[in-house]
Design a protein around this ligand. Structure first.
Ligand SMILES: [Zn+2]
Length: 73
């Protein structure tokens, strides 16, 4: 069964593959970077520790704050 967090990833990032893990700047938990299954471009970042999910859009400016989502429960 999927967790709420995984459901959120499906909704925001969509189809994805594991890319690599870094330590989250905010909470110190694992910050997971995802790549697209076909293009292998990095498409998203998520941290389960602070419920942070970000979709990266390479057409637009990835630093655009409007593309960042922070979810709190
Ligand atoms: Zn975090």
């Amino acid at each position: 069964m999927k967790s709420d967090f995984e459901f959120l990833l499906d909704m925001i990032i969509g189809p994805r593959e594991f890319f690599y893990v870094m330590e989250c700047d905010v909470c110190g938990f694992d910050e997971i970077h995802f790549q697209h299954p076909i293009t292998k471009k990095q498409i998203g970042i998520a941290c389960k520790g602070c419920h942070f999910v970000c979709k990266l859009d390479f057409v637009a400016n990835p630093n655009d704050n409007n593309r960042y989502f922070s979810i709190s429960y």
